[in-house]
Structure formats: structure tokens, C-alpha cells
Design a protein around this ligand. Structure first.
Ligand code: SAM
Length: 240
């Protein structure tokens, strides 16, 4: 079903299917124990073990903005897509419903996947589940789409952003899309108790400008389950 119109990009992809959970094969070191660091497996594991899926501030019952972003760029539903820091976000379910066949989710916390896997039931085998710190991850395949909603902004240290950029470059090639959303420059200063780095549209584009060309950038407002309005900067960029 072509909910997301447009031609399938003709890239050669090395795909490792199977729908099983894998540890990040090339994670080279343990993540930090610094409680103030966004790269903190223990923190995130605890969040998903102790908080209901629909109670976290980033909960969105329908991935409206993500689907809009994919449609804006005419990204076909069958494009290979990795959702980094996916948590229990419902994007993969919505894409499976529309006919997606090559979906990977990555998260630093394995408990992040439990809700989505149980919601998906037998369909969980159609998704590759990967537990990895994205700043250390060096994937052994390419993706047509890299999707990140509310993860990059936890990379408050330059070294973390460098690691994220290295993973992004390893996972993509010319023509691949970057769909990314961070808190806007007037958005919250913290999320899940951790500090974040906020971005204006030009600031977010500048972060990836050495490898990606901006296609669209816009502001969107997320309403948390508690009713708080959180301004986000969204960007769709394409790799040179
Ligand atoms: C605010 S939540 C957003 C979850 C999801 N993207 C969404 O929009 O619902 C941030 C997510 O990023 C994950 N995360 C944080 N740091 C990470 C890292 N270094 N590598 C991979 N995942 C990470 C967390 O476990 C959590 O699921």
C-alpha cells in the first residue's frame, strides 16, 4: 500500500533479516554511568521498566509528525528504515500496517522494546530489534531512511554527537534520508530528567550539513500526556 507515495529508491542493501533481538555487534565500550548524561543505558532501562508506555512525556498514540515527514519527502513505504532510539514509539507498527518490509529499531535499553513487541505479537518477527548505544553503533548494512524522534538532543557532549554522526554516516549512503526531530530552541531544557541540547531549524541543519542537504525544516508542537506543549524542530535532509 503506497500511503507514502513515490518511487522506491534503487539502492543495493545488505539486509540481515530475522526479527530477532541483537546486541550491537560493534559496541566498543560500556556507556557512561554519569546520571546527567543522555547516553545512559541504566537510566533508560529503568524508565521503561517503571513507566507505562502511554505515561512517558514523549508518548504519541499515532506517529503523526513522523508520517508527515516521510510523506513530505515522498519516501516510499517499502524504503528500508531504521528508527534510532525507538523506545516504544509506534512508527514501526504504522509502517507495517502500510506494507513496510525492511524495518529496524535500535535502542540503548532492551526493556524499551517490550511494549512494542507485545503489541505486535507475531508481527514482531518482521522487525529487526537491536540493542545498542547509537553513539557506538557501527551498522554493517545501509538504510534508505534514518529516523530519530527525540534522541539526538540527548547528545549534549561533542564526543557523543561525533559518535552519533559516525553511526549515521555508516548507516547511510548518497540519497539516504535523515528524518530527525529535537526539542526546539525554546523547547524544554530537560527530558526524562536529563539535560538536552535544543536546536533551531538552521542549527539542526548545520549539525548535519557536511553530509546532508536540507529538504524541509519546520516547527511542530507535541502535547505530552500531562498536557504540556513541547515545541520540536523537525528536519528532513538528504545525504549527498
Ligand atoms: C525521549 S525517548 C524517545 C523515544 C522514541 N523515539 C519516541 O519518539 O517515542 C528517547 C529514547 O532514546 C533512547 N536512547 C537514549 N540514548 C540512546 C543512545 N545513546 N542510543 C540508543 N538509544 C538511546 C532511550 O532509551 C529512549 O527510548
Amino acid at each position: 500500500m503506497a500511503i507514502l507515495p513515490g518511487p522506491v529508491m534503487g539502492k543495493t542493501l545488505i539486509s540481515e533479516r530475522g526479527g530477532r533481538e541483537k546486541k550491537g555487534a560493534t559496541m566498543t565500550e560500556a556507556t557512561t554511568d554519569d546520571p546527567e548524561s543522555g547516553v545512559n543505558a541504566e537510566h533508560w532501562g529503568r524508565v521503561y521498566e517503571t513507566t507505562a508506555d502511554d505515561a512517558v512525556s514523549w508518548y504519541e498514540p499515532e506517529p503523526r509528525a513522523s508520517l508527515e515527514a516521510l510523506a513530505l519527502a515522498d519516501i516510499p513505504v517499502r524504503a528500508s528504515l531504521v528508527d534510532v532510539g525507538a523506545g516504544s514509539f509506534r512508527l514501526v507498527e504504522h509502517l507495517l500496517d502500510r506494507g513496510a518490509t525492511d524495518l529496524t529499531v535500535v535502542d540503548i535499553a532492551s526493556s524499551a522494546f517490550e511494549t512494542t513487541r507485545s503489541r505486535l505479537g507475531s508481527r514482531a518477527s518482521k522487525v529487526d530489534w537491536l540493542v545498542a548505544d547509537v553513539t557506538q553503533w557501527r551498522p554493517d548494512r545501509l538504510f534508505e531512511v534514518w529516523h530519530d524522534r527525540a534522541v539526538f538532543h540527548f547528545m549534549t557532549e561533542p564526543g557523543q554527537r561525533d559518535g552519533y554522526g559516525a553511526a549515521l554516516r555508516t548507516a547511510t549512503s548518497a540519497g539516504s534520508w535523515l528524518v530527525i526531530a529535537t526539542f526546539a530552541d525554546d523547547g524544554p531544557e530537560r527530558c526524562s530528567g536529563l539535560p538536552v541540547k535544543r536546536y533551531s531549524g538552521p542549527g539542526l541543519i548545520a549539525e548535519f550539513a557536511s553530509d546532508f542537504v536540507a529538504h524541509d525544516v519546520w516547527r511542530d508542537e507535541h502535547r505530552s500526556p500531562g498536557g504540556a506543549i513541547q515545541p520540536f524542530t523537525w528536519a528532513v535532509m538528504r545525504r549527498r
